[in-house]
Ligand binder design. Structure first.
Ligand SMILES: CC(C)(COP(=O)(O)OP(=O)(O)OC[C@H]1O[C@@H](n2cnc3c(N)ncnc32)[C@H](O)[C@@H]1OP(=O)(O)O)[C@@H](O)C(=O)NCCC(=O)NCCS
Length: 184
C-alpha cells in the first residue's frame, strides 16, 4: 500500500471546519469527550482560545494530499495544560483523533511522535497524561507503543451513547529529562 506523504503543522483558525469534521465523525466522536452536534463555530472559538499569544496549548494537524492532490486535514492532536496549579506545570494532557479513512496507516503514530518530541525537547513537559475509554484497544496499544503506562481504572467515568463506561488513565514520564550543560 502506498501511503501519501504526511505534513504535520500547527493548527490555524481556518482548520475549524476540518476539526469539526474529524471529531464529529460518528466513528470518532464516541471515543472522545466531545458531544454530538459539534460545529465549525465551536471549533473556531476553541482554536481562538488555544492560539492566543502566551497560551501553552499545542494543537497539531496532519495534512495529506486528497485524490486531486489538494492537502486535506485528516487528523489532529493536542497537548493542553493539566490545570492552573503552579505545581502541575510539568504536566500536559494529550488528545488525538484520526479520520476513519486515514486510520491504520501510521498517521496516529506520526502525530504521537511529534507531540512526544515537542514535549521532551521543547515544551518543558515532564509528564504527559491522558484518559482513554477502557475498550479502546487500538488507542491503548498506540499509547503503550509510545511509552505510556496504565495508571488506573476509572469506573463509570463518562456517559457514552446512553451508558456509563470505564476509562483508563495513562501517563508517560520524560524518558531523559533535560539537564543544564554548563559551558555548552
Ligand atoms: C486511536 C487512533 C488515534 C490511532 O490512530 P491511527 O492513525 O489509526 O494509528 P496508526 O495507524 O499509527 O497505528 C494503528 C495501527 O496501524 C498500524 N500501522 C502503523 N503504521 C502503519 C503503516 N504505515 N501502514 C499500515 N499500518 C500501519 C499500526 O501497527 C497499528 O496497528 P494496530 O493498532 O492495528 O495494531 C485512531 O484510531 C483514532 O483516531 N481513533 C478514534 C479516536 C480515538 O479513539 N482517539 C483516542 C481517544 S483517547
Amino acid at each position: 500500500m502506498t501511503i501519501a506523504p504526511l505534513h504535520i503543522r500547527r493548527a490555524v483558525l481556518g482548520d475549524a471546519a476540518a476539526l469539526a469534521r474529524i471529531m464529529g465523525h460518528p466513528d470518532v466522536l464516541p471515543n472522545l469527550m466531545q458531544t454530538p452536534y459539534t460545529s465549525e463555530a465551536l471549533w473556531q472559538a476553541r482554536l481562538t482560545d488555544m492560539l492566543a499569544l502566551g497560551k501553552p496549548d499545542l494543537m497539531l494537524v496532519v495534512e495529506r494530499p486528497d485524490d486531486h492532490g489538494e492537502p486535506q486535514v485528516v487528523a489532529s492532536a493536542g497537548l493542553h495544560p493539566a490545570g492552573a496549579a503552579l505545581r502541575r506545570r510539568h504536566a500536559m494532557v494529550l488528545g488525538i483523533s484520526v479520520l476513519p479513512e486515514a486510520q491504520g496507516q501510521g498517521v496516529g503514530t506520526a502525530l504521537m511522535q511529534a507531540l512526544c518530541d515537542w514535549a521532551d525537547r521543547w515544551g518543558q513537559v515532564l509528564r504527559l497524561e491522558l484518559s482513554v475509554f477502557a475498550d479502546n484497544a487500538r488507542a491503548i496499544a498506540l499509547y503503550q507503543r509510545c511509552g505510556f503506562l496504565r495508571e488506573g481504572l476509572h469506573i463509570g467515568f463518562a456517559l457514552r451513547d446512553g451508558q456509563y463506561v470505564d476509562s483508563v488513565s495513562m501517563a508517560r514520564m520524560h524518558p531523559n529529562p533535560p539537564r543544564w550543560s554548563p559551558g555548552a
